[in-house]
Design a protein around this ligand. Structure first.
Ligand SMILES: C[S@@+](CC[C@H](N)C(=O)[O-])C[C@H]1O[C@@H](n2cnc3c(N)ncnc32)[C@H](O)[C@@H]1O
Length: 253
């Protein structure tokens, strides 16, 4: 495994090294390592509680996140579990078991995020708010807008929203929804951009409460020093870090 930051947990590191590629999925190992490390950072800073993934599919990314939780914290997997066939839920459960995420640590929910209320989603975690929500469900503008409203309503103090397939050539309009969301929710800002690994392992955005931005960014600067692309991301007027496996700049003669 080359050029991947430490995820901060032996169990996540073992899964990324030995299991990740065997679970069918669409998120990069680079992003999984960074998001697991962000969970570790939250734990170090006193932010605990459950996490949720909208669009868990066969569990590739979910398993990495679940291993980064502390004992007693739950990971909630939400999916319609009907694509590409009805066997996907069974494969999700089998993958979780095979890779060490037992039923006591996770809740599997077959459902449509587009019609789920915040109370229903939090109800799957005993009524708790979530410290991290990964949004990777339906990739339409309308669906992403709904998922962002749902996630925002369910987020705990110091919580993070991770958005998949940002700036993806196949989903160019999703950025329109993100921009509208950021303008309508000025208390939420991009914390960092996780650059893509491949076209399947695409770019993710991490969002956080504006009040938490400086303290999280200061920690990211130290933890991910080797992965910081020097120019950063310009969200006009907000700037945030770009974490990439390729930190080169264009050569100007
Ligand atoms: C790109 S896949 C997720 C990949 C996975 N997160 C990973 O990293 O490997 C998208 C998933 O979103 C699910 N999905 C689509 N619309 C949904 C909805 N309205 N509610 C919940 N899940 C949805 C699909 O069933 C599919 O499994």
């Amino acid at each position: 495994m080359t050029n991947i930051p430490s995820p901060g947990h032996p169990a996540v590191a073992a899964y990324l090294a030995q299991g990740y590629d065997s679970v069918v999925g669409m998120s990069s190992r680079f992003a999984a390592a960074i998001c697991a490390r962000l969970l570790r950072l939250q734990t170090e800073d006193g932010v605990g509680g459950p996490l949720a993934e909208i669009g868990a599919f066969e569990g590739r990314f979910f398993i990495a996140l679940a291993h980064a939780l502390e004992p007693g914290e739950l990971a909630v997997a939400l999916d319609i579990f009907s694509w590409p066939d009805d066997g996907v839920k069974g494969r999700f459960e089998a993958n979780c078991l095979k890779h060490g995420v037992g039923p006591e640590r996770r809740v599997t929910v077959k459902g449509d995020s587009g019609v789920m209320t915040p109370a229903e989603l939090m109800g799957h975690a005993g009524g708790s708010r979530f410290r991290l929500i990964h949004i990777d469900g339906e990739h339409s503008r309308a669906a992403l807008a709904k998922d962002l409203v749902l996630a925002t309503a369910c987020l705990s103090e110091g919580g993070l929203i991770v958005l998949d397939d940002m700036l993806h050539p196949g989903y160019p309009t999703l950025m329109v929804t993100v921009q509208a969301y950021l303008e309508a929710n000025p208390e939420i800002v991009p914390l960092c951009v996780i650059d893509r690994e491949t076209i399947v392992g695409a770019t993710k955005f991490v969002l956080c409460d504006r009040a938490w931005f400086e303290r999280y960014q200061a920690r990211l600067l130290a933890i991910f020093e080797a992965y910081i692309w020097p120019l950063g991301a310009d969200f006009e007027p907000h700037w945030c870090l770009v974490l990439s496996q390729d930190t080169r700049l264009a050569e100007i003669t």
